[in-house]
Ligand binder design. Structure first.
Ligand SMILES: [Zn+2]
Length: 124
């Protein structure tokens, strides 16, 4: 087997080593998330006689799936930014995002200032 050049072309030689670490972490989390999503099954209809309880379990399941799929799209977006070289640059003001911030919040597309300014507007 020889090294895939397609794979190697994604990485730029000038890239900070931290980005490669973060990318590996993101991919790892994405893999775990995908298996979580596929493992999570809708609650069993049988075995719960109380309709309220059944509804609650279903809502809980849907909430959880929503959280997981939302996180998955965050990871996908961050990985896409890494691939096109936009990673580490604020999506809003184009300022560089500090490595410390990226290490703590690897999927964030914003610098500290924009995140603080936008946090009141962005509804999570
Ligand atoms: Zn910014």
């Amino acid at each position: 087997m020889h090294t895939s050049t397609d794979e190697a072309r994604v990485y730029k030689s000038t890239e900070e080593p931290a980005t490669a670490d973060i990318e590996a972490k993101l991919k790892e989390e994405r893999r775990a998330l995908l298996s979580d999503i596929s493992a999570a099954r809708a609650p069993d209809r049988e075995g719960r006689s109380d309709p309220d309880e059944r509804l609650e379990a279903l809502e809980e399941h849907q909430r959880r799936q929503l959280v997981l799929t939302r996180r998955l799209s965050e990871l996908d977006e961050a990985l896409a930014r890494i691939a096109d070289g936009a990673y580490g640059t604020c999506d809003s003001c184009a300022a560089p995002i500090s490595v410390e911030r990226l290490m703590a919040l690897p999927t964030t597309p914003w610098c500290v200032a924009c995140a603080a300014a936008g946090s009141s507007l962005v509804v999570n």
